[in-house]
Design a protein around this ligand. Sequence first.
Ligand code: ZN
Ligand code: FE
Length: 254
Amino acid sequence: MLEIFVINALSDNYIYILRNEHKNITSVIDPGEAEPVINFLNNKRWNLDEVINTHHHHDHVGGNAKLLDIYKSKLIAPIYENDRISNIDILVSDNETINITGIHTKVFHTPGHTLGHVCFYMPKEKCLFSGDTLFYLGCGRVFEGTMDQMWSSLLKLKSLPDDTSVYCGHEYTLSNMKFANYIDSNNALLNKFSLEIKNKREKGLPTVPFNLGVEKKINPFLRADDDNFIESVGFSGNNASKSFGEIRLKKDSF
Ligand code: ZN
Ligand code: FE
Protein backbone atom coordinates (compact mmCIF):
# COMPACT_ATOMS: atom_id res chain seq x y z
CA MET A 1 0.00 0.00 0.00
CA LEU A 2 2.63 2.52 1.07
CA GLU A 3 6.00 2.49 -0.68
CA ILE A 4 8.97 4.25 0.92
CA PHE A 5 12.00 5.29 -1.15
CA VAL A 6 15.27 6.29 0.53
CA ILE A 7 17.22 9.10 -1.14
CA ASN A 8 20.74 10.17 -0.21
CA ALA A 9 21.20 13.91 0.12
CA LEU A 10 23.91 16.38 1.18
CA SER A 11 26.73 14.58 2.98
CA ASP A 12 24.80 12.13 5.16
CA ASN A 13 21.10 13.09 5.10
CA TYR A 14 18.22 10.85 4.16
CA ILE A 15 15.19 12.16 2.30
CA TYR A 16 12.16 9.87 2.20
CA ILE A 17 9.70 9.73 -0.69
CA LEU A 18 6.37 8.16 0.22
CA ARG A 19 4.08 6.83 -2.48
CA ASN A 20 0.48 5.72 -2.19
CA GLU A 21 -0.20 4.24 -5.64
CA HIS A 22 -3.83 3.43 -4.82
CA LYS A 23 -4.66 7.03 -3.96
CA ASN A 24 -2.08 8.51 -6.34
CA ILE A 25 -0.46 10.61 -3.61
CA THR A 26 3.27 11.29 -3.28
CA SER A 27 4.98 12.97 -0.34
CA VAL A 28 8.50 13.81 0.72
CA ILE A 29 9.86 13.96 4.25
CA ASP A 30 12.69 16.39 5.08
CA PRO A 31 13.93 17.48 1.65
CA GLY A 32 17.29 18.98 2.65
CA GLU A 33 17.82 19.74 -1.03
CA ALA A 34 15.46 19.78 -4.00
CA GLU A 35 17.47 18.32 -6.90
CA PRO A 36 17.60 14.64 -5.89
CA VAL A 37 13.84 14.78 -5.22
CA ILE A 38 13.10 16.42 -8.58
CA ASN A 39 15.26 13.84 -10.41
CA PHE A 40 13.52 10.98 -8.66
CA LEU A 41 10.02 12.35 -9.38
CA ASN A 42 10.86 13.07 -13.03
CA ASN A 43 11.97 9.51 -13.43
CA LYS A 44 8.72 8.17 -11.96
CA ARG A 45 6.57 10.87 -13.59
CA TRP A 46 4.92 11.61 -10.25
CA ASN A 47 3.72 14.95 -8.94
CA LEU A 48 4.61 15.93 -5.36
CA ASP A 49 1.50 16.48 -3.24
CA GLU A 50 2.99 16.95 0.22
CA VAL A 51 6.23 18.21 1.71
CA ILE A 52 6.71 17.29 5.36
CA ASN A 53 9.29 18.60 7.83
CA THR A 54 10.32 17.21 11.20
CA HIS A 55 12.19 20.39 12.26
CA HIS A 56 13.59 23.66 10.97
CA HIS A 57 17.27 22.80 10.34
CA HIS A 58 18.47 23.67 6.86
CA ASP A 59 19.54 20.11 6.05
CA HIS A 60 15.86 19.12 6.44
CA VAL A 61 14.02 22.08 4.89
CA GLY A 62 16.59 23.38 2.36
CA GLY A 63 14.64 21.99 -0.62
CA ASN A 64 11.20 23.22 0.52
CA ALA A 65 11.00 26.47 -1.43
CA LYS A 66 11.98 25.02 -4.79
CA LEU A 67 9.72 21.97 -4.43
CA LEU A 68 6.70 24.04 -3.33
CA ASP A 69 7.29 26.36 -6.25
CA ILE A 70 7.50 23.60 -8.87
CA TYR A 71 4.85 21.19 -7.61
CA LYS A 72 2.50 23.48 -5.63
CA SER A 73 2.68 20.88 -2.83
CA LYS A 74 1.14 21.39 0.61
CA LEU A 75 3.69 21.96 3.37
CA ILE A 76 3.07 20.06 6.61
CA ALA A 77 5.29 21.06 9.55
CA PRO A 78 5.27 21.48 13.33
CA ILE A 79 3.24 24.37 14.73
CA TYR A 80 6.08 24.94 17.24
CA GLU A 81 8.44 25.94 14.41
CA ASN A 82 6.00 28.19 12.54
CA ASP A 83 8.39 31.12 13.04
CA ARG A 84 11.38 29.14 11.71
CA ILE A 85 9.84 27.38 8.68
CA SER A 86 8.23 29.50 5.94
CA ASN A 87 4.94 28.88 4.10
CA ILE A 88 3.51 26.08 6.24
CA ASP A 89 0.01 25.09 5.01
CA ILE A 90 -0.85 22.51 7.67
CA LEU A 91 0.45 23.03 11.20
CA VAL A 92 0.70 19.86 13.25
CA SER A 93 1.04 19.38 16.99
CA ASP A 94 1.55 16.70 19.63
CA ASN A 95 -0.78 13.67 19.59
CA GLU A 96 -2.64 14.88 16.56
CA THR A 97 -3.71 12.34 13.94
CA ILE A 98 -3.25 13.49 10.36
CA ASN A 99 -3.07 11.94 6.89
CA ILE A 100 0.30 11.73 5.19
CA THR A 101 0.23 10.26 1.70
CA GLY A 102 -3.35 9.32 2.59
CA ILE A 103 -2.13 7.20 5.48
CA HIS A 104 -3.19 7.61 9.14
CA THR A 105 -0.26 9.21 10.94
CA LYS A 106 0.28 10.17 14.55
CA VAL A 107 2.35 13.24 15.40
CA PHE A 108 4.65 13.24 18.43
CA HIS A 109 6.24 16.46 19.69
CA THR A 110 9.81 15.46 20.56
CA PRO A 111 11.68 18.56 21.79
CA GLY A 112 15.39 18.39 22.51
CA HIS A 113 17.35 18.57 19.25
CA THR A 114 15.17 21.58 18.42
CA LEU A 115 12.35 22.87 20.61
CA GLY A 116 9.65 22.18 18.02
CA HIS A 117 10.85 18.87 16.56
CA VAL A 118 8.13 16.33 15.72
CA CYS A 119 8.21 12.67 14.70
CA PHE A 120 5.63 10.94 12.49
CA TYR A 121 4.31 7.47 13.29
CA MET A 122 2.11 5.34 11.03
CA PRO A 123 0.56 2.63 13.26
CA LYS A 124 -0.88 0.48 10.47
CA GLU A 125 2.27 0.64 8.35
CA LYS A 126 4.35 0.18 11.51
CA CYS A 127 6.82 2.89 10.61
CA LEU A 128 8.27 5.89 12.37
CA PHE A 129 9.96 8.91 10.80
CA SER A 130 12.20 10.07 13.61
CA GLY A 131 14.04 13.01 12.02
CA ASP A 132 16.98 14.02 14.21
CA THR A 133 15.49 12.71 17.46
CA LEU A 134 16.31 9.00 17.22
CA PHE A 135 19.13 7.65 15.07
CA TYR A 136 20.24 4.05 14.60
CA LEU A 137 22.28 3.47 17.80
CA GLY A 138 22.18 7.17 18.58
CA CYS A 139 20.09 10.25 19.16
CA GLY A 140 20.21 13.85 18.04
CA ARG A 141 22.46 16.37 19.72
CA VAL A 142 20.56 18.40 22.27
CA PHE A 143 20.84 21.90 20.76
CA GLU A 144 17.73 23.82 21.80
CA GLY A 145 16.06 21.80 24.53
CA THR A 146 17.22 20.34 27.81
CA MET A 147 18.50 16.83 28.51
CA ASP A 148 15.26 16.19 30.44
CA GLN A 149 13.20 17.15 27.40
CA MET A 150 15.23 14.94 25.08
CA TRP A 151 14.93 11.99 27.43
CA SER A 152 11.12 12.44 27.64
CA SER A 153 11.01 12.63 23.86
CA LEU A 154 12.98 9.40 23.50
CA LEU A 155 10.65 7.73 26.03
CA LYS A 156 7.68 8.57 23.79
CA LEU A 157 9.37 6.78 20.89
CA LYS A 158 10.49 3.91 23.11
CA SER A 159 6.85 3.27 24.05
CA LEU A 160 5.96 2.39 20.45
CA PRO A 161 5.63 -1.30 19.45
CA ASP A 162 8.74 -3.42 18.91
CA ASP A 163 7.81 -4.21 15.31
CA THR A 164 8.16 -0.57 14.26
CA SER A 165 10.56 0.25 11.39
CA VAL A 166 12.44 3.47 12.04
CA TYR A 167 13.47 5.91 9.28
CA CYS A 168 15.83 8.55 10.69
CA GLY A 169 17.27 11.76 9.24
CA HIS A 170 20.95 10.83 8.91
CA GLU A 171 23.33 7.98 8.16
CA TYR A 172 25.30 8.33 11.40
CA THR A 173 25.16 4.63 12.20
CA LEU A 174 28.86 3.69 11.94
CA SER A 175 30.05 6.45 14.24
CA ASN A 176 27.16 5.79 16.65
CA MET A 177 28.11 2.12 16.58
CA LYS A 178 31.69 2.89 17.62
CA PHE A 179 30.44 4.72 20.69
CA ALA A 180 27.85 2.03 21.51
CA ASN A 181 30.52 -0.68 21.27
CA TYR A 182 32.81 1.33 23.51
CA ILE A 183 30.26 1.90 26.26
CA ASP A 184 28.44 -1.45 25.95
CA SER A 185 31.10 -3.92 24.79
CA ASN A 186 29.54 -7.04 26.33
CA ASN A 187 26.18 -6.69 24.60
CA ALA A 188 25.90 -9.78 22.37
CA LEU A 189 22.94 -8.41 20.43
CA LEU A 190 24.82 -5.19 19.76
CA ASN A 191 27.81 -7.18 18.50
CA LYS A 192 25.55 -9.15 16.18
CA PHE A 193 23.96 -6.04 14.68
CA SER A 194 27.35 -4.29 14.47
CA LEU A 195 28.48 -6.93 11.98
CA GLU A 196 25.37 -6.42 9.89
CA ILE A 197 25.88 -2.63 9.96
CA LYS A 198 29.53 -2.93 8.87
CA ASN A 199 28.52 -5.22 6.01
CA LYS A 200 25.85 -2.83 4.81
CA ARG A 201 28.11 0.21 4.95
CA GLU A 202 30.95 -1.59 3.15
CA LYS A 203 28.52 -2.18 0.30
CA GLY A 204 27.37 1.45 0.46
CA LEU A 205 23.88 0.40 1.56
CA PRO A 206 21.75 2.49 3.93
CA THR A 207 21.24 1.16 7.45
CA VAL A 208 17.65 2.43 7.47
CA PRO A 209 15.10 1.35 8.30
CA PHE A 210 16.05 -0.27 11.60
CA ASN A 211 13.91 -2.20 14.04
CA LEU A 212 12.71 -0.39 17.17
CA GLY A 213 12.48 -3.56 19.30
CA VAL A 214 16.17 -4.30 18.72
CA GLU A 215 17.00 -0.64 19.22
CA LYS A 216 15.47 -0.71 22.71
CA LYS A 217 18.10 -3.32 23.61
CA ILE A 218 21.20 -1.92 21.87
CA ASN A 219 20.91 1.88 21.66
CA PRO A 220 22.66 3.25 24.78
CA PHE A 221 20.53 6.42 24.70
CA LEU A 222 17.32 4.40 25.02
CA ARG A 223 18.72 2.48 27.99
CA ALA A 224 19.26 5.32 30.47
CA ASP A 225 16.46 3.74 32.56
CA ASP A 226 18.11 0.29 32.56
CA ASP A 227 19.72 0.10 36.02
CA ASN A 228 22.10 -2.75 35.17
CA PHE A 229 23.35 -0.98 32.08
CA ILE A 230 23.74 2.35 33.85
CA GLU A 231 25.61 0.68 36.70
CA SER A 232 27.95 -1.02 34.22
CA VAL A 233 28.78 2.37 32.70
CA GLY A 234 29.49 3.76 36.15
CA PHE A 235 26.63 6.27 36.31
CA SER A 236 24.56 4.55 39.03
CA GLY A 237 22.70 6.61 41.59
CA ASN A 238 21.19 9.07 39.17
CA ASN A 239 17.70 9.15 37.77
CA ALA A 240 17.15 8.07 34.16
CA SER A 241 17.06 11.55 32.72
CA LYS A 242 20.34 12.48 34.49
CA SER A 243 21.91 9.25 33.23
CA PHE A 244 20.73 10.07 29.73
CA GLY A 245 22.41 13.48 29.99
CA GLU A 246 25.66 11.87 31.08
CA ILE A 247 25.62 9.42 28.17
CA ARG A 248 24.84 12.26 25.75
CA LEU A 249 27.73 14.38 27.08
CA LYS A 250 30.09 11.42 26.91
CA LYS A 251 29.17 10.86 23.27
CA ASP A 252 29.57 14.59 22.49
CA SER A 253 33.22 14.40 23.53
CA PHE A 254 33.87 10.86 22.22
ZN1 ZN B 1 18.75 18.74 12.74
FE1 FE C 1 19.86 17.01 10.50
